[in-house]
Design a protein around this ligand. Structure first.
Ligand SMILES: *[C@@H]1O[C@H](CO)[C@@H](O)[C@H](O)[C@H]1NC(C)=O
Ligand SMILES: *[C@@H]1O[C@H](CO)[C@@H](O)[C@H](O)[C@H]1NC(C)=O
Ligand SMILES: *[C@@H]1O[C@H](CO)[C@@H](O)[C@H](O)[C@H]1NC(C)=O
Length: 332
């Protein structure tokens, strides 16, 4: 009869060993794209799903009043606003960043420029115009857009446009590099293109992981390879250089090469147009970096996780719900 309590203890021990360890997980912050706002259904759902799946709390940080300010507030100012990250006690132990499109540059600004902010651990970038864009983001045909286009045609790098139209802060015309370096107020600073500020480089290099997600059919970012820090060579529209062949990488202006050589940069290529990420891709490429558990991070070696994820995909496909479900519509 003594075998019963023994059996119970045995079962309990096994169950406890199988139970996931309770670990403290750091929160993440979502910076949204142009025309978007934290109240939009797409962004809200995106943040909520990531929170639910990772078990880490997510916060969407608003830029000014949302949509309007994301277009018309100068970039240098957009970056100073989320410096409220310093005042959020929830983030004091450090946080991860999830950037959506233009929001990636806000996120990088917070990382590189913000003195005394808590540490940023992982940076997950979806369709970030990191190396610039060579045309205005698709705006549409409304009155405002026609106005925007004609202002831009006039003088992208003039003080007026730089101070009144956010995307002008990261438009890099390959055949007008002089104008860009002299007039563009934001990206040359962020990418250490003129003054090589070692503080910015140090902060960027301190990331534990940089996940760069490019959308294979991205028709908004020109070129789409800017999501991987690839860009046109100076003076030409003919080819797109992969990140590793750009001066920013070779001369290691911001530490991208250092990070890459340490195996900390993941270049991810997913199907879909701008920000059209499927739920299965979110689980595969974003969630593992938000879960602050050392045993889970190296996914390659964790077969149980891969098994779980394929099980999820299998049921998802069976129900026809997970894949090809664009969550975010930042451009209309
Ligand atoms: C996230 O989880 C909460 C609580 O279980 C649930 O109410 C909510 O609907 C979930 N969100 C999404 C987008 O699935
Ligand atoms: C580099 O950036 C830091 C932090 O913003 C600043 O204190 C310093 O003056 C800058 N150095 C140069 C050379 O611009
Ligand atoms: C992205 O993946 C597609 C196939 O899935 C491939 O055709 C394409 O060349 C890839 N792009 C890059 C830059 O690796």
């Amino acid at each position: 009869m003594a075998s019963k309590p023994l059996l119970t203890i045995f079962i309990i021990t096994i169950l406890m060993a199988l139970m996931p360890k309770a670990t403290f997980s750091i929160p993440f912050v979502v910076f949204h794209g142009i025309s978007d706002s934290c109240d939009n259904k797409g962004v809200t759902k995106f943040t909520e799903l990531l929170t639910n799946w990772s078990g880490s709390q997510g916060y969407c940080i608003e830029i000014g009043n949302g949509g309007w300010d994301s277009w018309f507030m100068p970039f240098t100012e957009q970056v100073t606003l989320p410096i409220s990250v310093k005042e959020m006690s929830e983030l004091s132990e450090g946080f991860n960043i999830v950037g959506l499109s233009q929001g990636n540059l806000v996120g990088r600004g917070v990382l590189e420029f913000c003195d005394g902010a808590p540490p940023v651990k992982n940076f997950i970038s979806l369709a970030g115009p990191h190396a610039g864009i060579a045309s205005v983001p698709l705006c549409g045909s409304g009155f405002l857009c026609i106005l925007v286009d004609s202002i831009l045609d006039l003088a992208i790098y003039s003080d007026f446009v730089q101070e009144n139209l956010a995307p002008a802060g990261y438009i890099k015309i390959p055949t007008d590099i002089d104008g860009y370096l002299k007039g563009c107020k934001f990206l040359p600073k962020l990418n250490n293109e003129i003054v090589r500020n070692s503080t910015y480089k140090e902060r960027f290099t301190s990331l534990e992981n940089l996940v760069l997600i490019m959308f294979e059919d991205d028709s908004v970012l020109v070129p789409r390879e800017t999501s991987w820090f690839g860009y046109f060579p100076d003076g030409s529209w003919d080819t797109v250089l992969p990140a590793q062949e750009t001066k920013l990488y070779i001369e290691d202006w911001i530490g991208l090469k250092t990070l890459d050589e340490a195996g900390k940069v993941k270049f991810i290529n997913v199907s879909g147009n701008h920000l059209e990420i499927s739920q299965s891709a979110m689980r595969e490429y974003i969630v593992p970096y938000l879960v602050d558990d050392e045993s889970i991070k190296p996914r390659r070696t964790d077969s149980s996780l891969i098994w779980l994820s394929s099980l999820w995909n299998f049921f998802g496909e069976l129900l026809g719900v997970t894949d090809k479900c664009p969550l975010l519509h930042t451009m209309s």
